[in-house]
Design a protein around this ligand. Structure first.
Ligand code: UDP
Ligand code: MG
Length: 326
């Protein structure tokens, strides 16, 4: 029998977990004879009662597995940990807050059986969120689309079914600054989208603050495109060229009419403009250098402290990435 892993990163979801588990049990019950199930919960350093609830679920139901990370690493990294510990023939990534309806998984499994490797859910609407967030996010996707060479789909979240070979591919991408939505597209394989309506959160609050989203956006651009560096170069070249032309014009004008120390405002404007441009370019370069810095330290992407009751991190470095357990 094929095994299906449901990979769920959880961070302070004590309110959502019981509801989630109930829905998962229903789902697995419906598909009981056809698949073996694993509910893999990645506890991303929760500080509330989440770990206790997970342990209790594990005691009651052997289909529940869990990994404790040693601290909060963020959802992107929690997903990587999930890929490392996933034992199924396919893996469905979903949120703990039931914004991704588990009912869609039946449909995903059907497509998987047809031979698709990556069945992603595309939102028809985006649930309740502010006007600002919706429009900023759409603008970001448009920008990213133009800057990077691979297609990164708008309105597609992390909710998707991945065949085992996609999971294996994602395991190999050990970058620390992760933009998983882009990685899903990068790996390729046979993809299929299904449309769905995104629900509102079942309980609790969204863990994404505005700065965190901005961070993710910068991550998306810098890890999939070097276009900003190119833009900086082109701007630099253009302004250098125009200043050269301006210098010649100015020289001729002075020769013909003499100089009466005019043009002070122009001067200030040009200085400010170039200064701004230089700072901006430096910032862009800095973003990339910062990423190089983070990668060259060569640290593990995350540390796991416990897997299904077994404490990790004593003898073999099995709590560190590069050596998945399954
Ligand atoms: N999450 C996580 N680590 C974090 C933040 C969030 O594992 O640092 C999990 C969270 O528990 C949830 C999923 O990532 O299962 C999505 O989080 P959230 O619902 O806050 O994001 P949104 O739906 O608003 O994009
Ligand atoms: Mg959510």
């Amino acid at each position: 029998m094929k095994k299906v892993t449901l990979l769920i990163p959880v961070y302070n979801e004590e309110a959502a977990l019981p509801v989630l588990y109930k829905r998962l049990r229903q789902l697995a019950g419906r598909e009981e004879g056809r698949y073996e199930w694993e509910f893999l919960l990645i506890n991303d350093g929760s500080t509330d009662r989440t770990p206790d609830i997970i342990r209790r679920l594990r005691q009651e139901d052997p289909r529940v597995s869990y990994v404790d990370l040693s601290r909060n690493f963020g959802k992107e990294v929690a997903m990587l940990a999930g890929f490392d510990f996933c034992t199924g023939d396919c893996c469905v990534v979903m949120d703990a807050d039931l914004q991704d309806p588990p009912e869609l998984i039946d449909q995903m499994l059907a497509y998987w059986e047809e031979g698709y490797d990556d069945v992603y859910a595309q939102r028809r609407n985006r649930g309740r969120e502010s006007w600002m967030r919706r429009h900023l996010s759409l603008a970001f996707y448009k920008l990213l689309q133009r800057m990077s060479r691979i297609d990164i789909l708008p309105n597609v979240g992390d909710f998707r079914l991945l065949d085992r070979r996609c999971v294996m591919a994602l395991r190999q991408m050990r970058e620390r600054e992760r933009y998983t939505k882009g990685l899903f597209c990068w790996i390729g394989y046979r993809k299929k989208g299904i449309l769905f309506d995104r629900a509102d959160r079942a309980a609790g609050k969204s863990k994404w603050s505005f700065p965190k989203l901005l961070d993710l956006a910068v991550e998306g651009i810098t890890s999939f495109s070097t276009a900003p560096l190119r833009i900086a170069t082109v701007c630099g070249m253009l302004s250098a060229m125009s200043s050269f032309i301006y210098a010649i014009y100015f020289l001729l004008k002075t020769l013909a009419y003499g100089d009466r120390t005019q043009g002070f405002p122009t001067l200030i404007v040009v200085i400010l403009f170039l200064g701004g441009l230089q700072l901006f370019s430096l910032g862009v370069i800095g973003e990339y250098v910062g990423r190089i810095f983070a990668e060259t330290k060569g640290r593990p992407v995350y540390l796991a402290s416990e897997y299904n009751g077994k404490k990790l991190g004593y003898d073999t470095p099995d709590n560190v990435n590069h050596k998945p357990i399954y």
